[in-house]
Design a binder for this molecule. Structure first.
Ligand SMILES: O=P(O)(O)OC[C@H]1O[C@@H](O)[C@H](O)[C@@H](O)[C@@H]1O
Length: 315
């Protein structure tokens, strides 16, 4: 995997904050990503100008067992409070291993890492199942960030298991009040601030002026986040992940979170590719795959009007 000669190393294993193991991915044109083995947590994704595209709180602790606040936590085997496990499951605060011999999985990227999580004895007490969770994090040429999860039921007792899931992506934005999300108009959602009550979104692109915590059901495979001030559009493409959670804690909730700055809500937005509405059930031997591809492109902005169709088609 490592590049030779004068080329920069495509995959480098090193120590991150508090001595935690991390992997740095580099793509020849200059984009980079960083993944902590703690949580298989992507904590950085930079474009070829070195600009950070993910939000990580200045107060993030990088201290197990607390999950890292920001980047891309992986929620498994439970999203949010949809079940009896701890909030967002336990995958985000387990130590993952580098998978040195992953089953064949095609890629055209040279800069990727395969991680694996298997249950510990303690995990089995909480969730009595055996599984192999493989996560590949890859940087594409052009700097796209690709995450592919493969979860296999390895139960020897013949029992199926059921889970919900999310890539809890924190995007870095210039100013939340200047941001629009396109692709979720007119969809049904569960409002997590109203006991998961089901409602239908209006016809306009989403904009933000207060706390939001909604799970949109059965969304298109492509969602765009337009950052007007930065003139940047994030495009999410997802496969196997029918739902999308949109979260911003806003000022009041921000103040209750020890690992989040009081004003940081202005500079982040979570849009999370997820499986929540219809949980996945796997029989022994079965595997589920969920893929997320993120790209950051310049926004087309003309005469005060963003053309959503244009942005979605051209990206
Ligand atoms: O603080 P946590 O456990 O990382 O969760 C952050 C948020 O994550 C979102 O995905 C949930 O919808 C919110 O309800 C939750 O508050």
């Amino acid at each position: 995997m490592a590049a030779s000669g004068s080329e920069r190393v495509a995959v480098e294993k090193c120590k991150g904050i508090n001595g935690l193991d991390k992997v740095v991915l580099r793509e020849p044109r200059g984009s980079t990503a960083e993944v902590y083995l703690y949580g298989a947590h992507v904590t950085s994704w930079k474009n070829d100008h070195g600009e950070e595209l993910l939000f990580v709180s200045s107060k993030a602790m990088f201290k197990p067992p607390k999950a890292i606040r920001g980047g891309i936590p992986v929620c498994f085997p439970q999203f949010g409070s949809h079940g009896s496990l701890e909030q967002h499951g336990f995958a985000r605060n387990r130590f993952w291993s580098i998978d040195t011999d992953p089953p064949p999985f095609p890629t055209n990227s040279k800069s990727f890492i395969d991680l694996i999580l298997k249950p510990s004895e303690e995990d089995v007490q909480k969730w009595p199942h055996s599984y192999e969770f493989r996560l590949r994090v890859a940087l594409g040429t052009g700097g796209d960030l690709m995450l592919t999860s493969r979860i296999r039921n390895t139960n020897a007792d013949g029992k199926p298991f059921t889970f919900t899931f999310a890539y809890h992506t924190y995007f870095s934005v210039s100013d939340i009040s200047e941001v629009r999300v396109e692709g979720l108009e007119t969809l049904d959602y569960l409002d997590n601030l109203q006991n998961k009550e089901r409602s239908t979104e209006q016809g306009d692109a989403l904009t933000f002026e207060s706390e939001v915590d909604k799970t949109y059901l059965g969304t298109p495979t492509k969602i765009a986040i337009l950052d007007h001030e930065k003139k940047r559009t994030f495009v999410l493409r997802k496969d196997g992940l029918p739902d999308a959670v949109v979260w911003n804690p806003w000022d009041k909730k921000a103040k209750t979170m020890a690992d989040f700055g009081d004003d940081e809500y202005k500079h982040m937005l979570c849009v999370e590719a997820a499986v929540v509405g219809k949980p996945i059930t796997l029989k022994p031997g079965e595997e589920w795959k969920g893929r997320l591809e993120l790209s950051a492109v310049p926004s087309s902005y003309c005469s005060g009007q963003l053309d959503p169709q244009k942005v979605l088609q051209n990206s």
